[in-house]
Design a protein around this ligand. Structure first.
Ligand SMILES: [Zn+2]
Ligand SMILES: [Zn+2]
Length: 463
């Protein structure tokens, strides 16, 4: 059996494994490369994948770096099924639709500039119509049940605890050399945090591919994170300021809504108006409500039926752009959740433009901010700053609350790999930057005497 890495090798994005047995060719994930121009150039389907000769695709979860190249795969001739849990397929539908819209807007803007410069127009990577061809192939798989997805090849999806529907993939394939059992961790979440269930632990296997986004980092304790968040919100309410929270639509928004409701219920903060100003986050929250059976038992009641409105009666949902703009005239204290998570696009931009020059504003960063993103620059103290063509002198308080990661930290990863490492399973480390991968390899060597492999993109591993 041969496993070739077509992404997320020695870096975080573009997750895509091609598994070839004597009898079948299967892909695990088909994600997009993100984060830099250099990486984005890798967003194509290599000829060596022979898209039309792949028997099946399995998705670990719906994030773009795991499903974003599917439209290219189908355009390249893939005609088989695309498997995932029903939660994963719903999230992937939302994320691919949004990505297609963003690309068509970006390309339109770019082509206006190119037309003026007398240059040829460019095309988007994929369109909404391309994404719809992908959705036709979606085939839900239940957790914890085996399914033959290709000749002599079956898979089982188990909880990965990362976002709604996320799974690790266990694959068993029969071939001439005998039976092989592989595990792909997918992106793993933290233990004992609300919203997602805890990751499932694995039985023995021949080889495990484990993500290492934070292979060398430990998150601060979750209770401390919530305490800090409560304190900051309370303090800002006393100053009657607006609290702006740039938020990722899937996962972080739902986690914040749950905690805001808990803080209010316990009387830790007064019931100030909370505005969910992101159509995508609203749609994602609806997906969470549609799949409460996939959530942590402690949050199921909050997300079921119309309970969010009951638990959080001060929540107002802004659907239209006009409703969003009307928030400029609303006085504090209030809290606005708006996308995009790194402040680079979306409705958060006009809230920043209107409120960053006020000393009463709190900009609350609760997610990862990439280098050079507006969120990162604000955190690093850039002042003044240009937003939508306007120069803003920043007087707002800007704070980052760490500890909300959807990713397992070093201790979570070690807890997950422990049953396999004890049996000296072959470990292949992926989905991480070089120093995170190296730290995990070093730890596995020290604790278990294991020498884990760190492959590069294009490497084929014989198992
Ligand atoms: Zn992910
Ligand atoms: Zn990922």
């Amino acid at each position: 059996m041969l496993v070739t890495l077509h992404g997320a090798a020695n870096e975080v994005t573009g997750s895509c494994y091609l598994v070839e047995t004597g009898n079948a060719r299967v892909l695990v994930d088909c994600g997009m490369f993100q984060g830099s121009k250099h990486l984005e150039k890798l967003n194509f389907i290599p000829a060596s994948l022979f898209a039309s000769k792949i028997n099946a695709v399995v998705l670990t979860h719906g994030h773009l770096d795991h499903c974003g190249r599917l439209p290219l795969l189908v355009k390249g001739g893939y005609r088989g099924k695309i498997y995932g849990t029903n939660g994963t397929l719903d999230i992937a539908r939302l994320i691919l639709t949004d990505a297609a819209k963003i690309q068509s807007d970006d390309v339109e803007r770019e082509n206006r500039k190119r037309a003026k410069a007398g240059q040829k127009p460019i095309k988007p990577l994929f369109t909404l119509a391309d994404a719809e061809q992908v959705f036709k192939r979606f085939t839900p798989l239940a957790y914890n049940s085996w399914m033959e997805i290709a000749p002599d090849t079956k898979v089982e999806l188990v909880e990965a605890g990362h976002i709604l529907g996320s799974s690790s993939v266990i694959m068993v394939a029969d071939q001439n050399g005998g039976r092989r059992r592989l595990v792909f961790s997918g992106d793993l979440g933290q233990w004992n945090v609300p919203i997602n269930r805890d990751p499932a632990l694995m039985d023995r296997c021949d080889a495990v591919f484990m993500e290492c986004t934070y292979g060398g980092r430990t998150h601060p304790p979750y209770e401390k994170t919530i305490e800090e968040l409560t304190h900051l919100i309370k303090e800002s309410i006393e100053r009657k300021g607006k609290i702006l929270v740039p938020t990722f639509a899937v996962g972080r928004t739902q986690q914040l809504l749950f905690h805001l409701s808990e803080m209010t219920r316990k009387g830790e903060i007064p019931a100030i108006p909370i505005y969910l100003d992101s159509p995508m986050a609203t749609a994602a929250t609806q997906i969470y409500s549609n799949h409460t059976e996939l959530l942590d038992p402690e949050v199921r009641e909050f997300f079921s039926d119309d309970n969010i409105r009951r638990f959080l009666p001060n929540l107002k949902i802004c659907t239209t752009a006009l409703e969003s703009q009307a928030l400029n005239d609303v006085a504090g204290p209030c809290l606005i959740l708006a996308g995009a998570g790194m402040c680079d696009a979306g409705r958060i931009l006009h809230h920043l433009r209107h409120n960053l020059s006020l000393a009463s504003t709190l900009l609350l960063i609760v997610g990862y901010q990439a280098k050079e993103s507006l969120g990162r620059r604000l955190l690093d103290g850039a002042n003044p700053i240009k937003i939508m063509g306007q120069t803003i002198f920043v007087r707002a308080k800007i704070v980052s609350v760490e500890g909300f990661s959807a990713h397992a930290d070093k201790n979570d990863l070690l807890r997950w790999i422990e049953p396999l490492a004890r049996h000296k399973t072959r470990v292949i480390l992926t989905h991480g930057e070089a120093h995170q991968l190296n730290e995990m390899r070093h730890t596995l060597q020290e604790q278990y005497g294991l020498s884990a492999q760190i492959p590069s993109i294009g490497d084929a591993i014989e198992i």
